[in-house]
Unconditional design. Sequence first.
Length: 641
Amino acid sequence: MCGICGIVALDSRSRVQDSVLLQMNETLAHRGPDGEGVYLTPAAGLAMRRLSIIDLQTGDQPIANEEQTIWVVYNGEIYNFKQIRRELERKGHRFRTETDTEVIVHAYEEFGDACVDQFNGMFAFALWDQPRQRLLLVRDRLGIKPLYYCLTPHYLIFGSELKAVIAHPDAPREIDLVALDQFLTMEYIPGPRTIFKGIHKLPAGHRLILEDGNCRAEQYWNVPYRPVIDNEEQCVEALRELIDDAVQLRMIADVPLGAFLSGGIDSSSVVAVMSQASEQPVRTFSIGFRDATYNELPYARLVSEHFATDHHEEVLEPNIAEMTVRLVEHLDEPFGDFSIFPTFLVSEVARKYVKVVLSGDGGDELFAGYETYVAQRLARYYDTWLPALMRQRILPGLMDYVSPRPEKKGLINKTKRFVEGAALAPNLQHTRWMTFMDRAAKARLYRPVVSASLNGDAPETVLDRYFQEAAGRDSLAQQQYVDVKTYLVDDILTKVDRMSMAVSLEARVPLLDHRIVEFALNLPPQMKLTRHTTKSILRRTMAGRVPQEVLEKPKEGFSIPLKHWLRRELRPLMTDLLAPDTIRRRGYFDPDCIGAWMKEHLEQRANHSHRLWGLMVFELWHRHVVDDRRPSRAAAREALR
């Protein structure tokens, strides 16, 4: 696991400056505290920071072929590298190290750009072909590892994180207001956009090629459409074999490793396979909160005891204002998912003991685990039998008089969320449940400078494109495909990567082995969602392997009591960040609208936590990156006084 960055000159008059490359690389030190490496010519520079996981002695990067004409820097792991290496050695390739990185160089020599088809893993790599003056950038199939890039008049600049790219003096720094609108709507910015115009995320399953002054991005993998046999017994057995192999592959490491354990079916399934494959007790890590409705430690403890793991758990009461500032600094662009907090905190606990963890991320998207899939199924009847006036005006108006409950979910909170989503246009399909600020709210919030910049470029158009790509699949498979292409890569995986790498911890996601993805998304819908039971086939697959209480447990989600924190611990920071003078000076939003939302939330007449948190994150990000004020954690403490 590493951080990578680089610069390639686009013309003979431009030269790569070593000082700039080193400055970019330094921004990634948290991703690789164990070492650094640089390859530099006037035409191209590659750099990396290393977190040593495999081949601790000879695995330093950059790594070259025998003739030192092809160089690579690489972030991630290729789990089947030993098998690929044996095949390449039979073809005459000679290896100098025991690392998986060297496999990339020789596979490129043997297979060209198609080398990536050989790899099973999570990766983002940059390969420089010196004789051809050719750069190849590649991101793994699911986008587990990040990669950003931009083209300027003189350079192609790239990096594992946005902070590395904008460390180059030629990188653009103009805010993309369409991206801002997407963030406030969905709490993340879907690729290939970033918050800055002209800087892009390389999409998952894509490679970018720079050659002869021309730059092109092309897709090398997509979820294939090939329905599996409609025999549930055979599918259960096939899924069991896939999960076992995927988990065992990801247990390869030359350093201590463990697992995140939330007590849900996904992480419990991973721990079950790890425990069966390991001769030693698996190290597991969990966190909880004092608020019982947000605390899943009893389930995690149950699983730990069942598998006799070496379990570490903590009930945390962090200085949340100080941590808010700290985490936003790691995000580089606005990101509104609350669960960055527990993800960071459990990573921090795990890093005391291990360098690598396995997590259960991806299970909800692959096996229809989210309540949004159930809500969309119910909405078909709701939309059919209730008149539009009732759905869009009367019921939402009535629910406005019902105050949200303090617990995490509950019938009232779920009903309010369902009615809010169902009031949106049916053509929003599944995405209506993933919208945190609708058009009416944004019409109140946005100042003319923002509204005028959108030009009808609504966030839904991004999602509509993926729905069209999935045309022909059943309705549930379409929803899952859209989530894999958007929410999974740009929210879930972004969160896990940034929060684990913030403490120099490698997180591996076995359920996102591309073989499992291809299998699961082509399963018949009734094997995944049965009436109101989610993850039906996964529950059957793990029956007898994880405790029955876990199999029967409803999904809770990895969340925090933010709505309460905004009324207590985070209130001073919120009122500081969203002060009317600050909002007015920025010029993006209406301060009266924000003031009304804060008042309603503080008086517990409404739950505006998603809206307010998104606006707070944007202001903090703006101060840190655009204003370059770099607010310290001491400033957060001061805001509490």
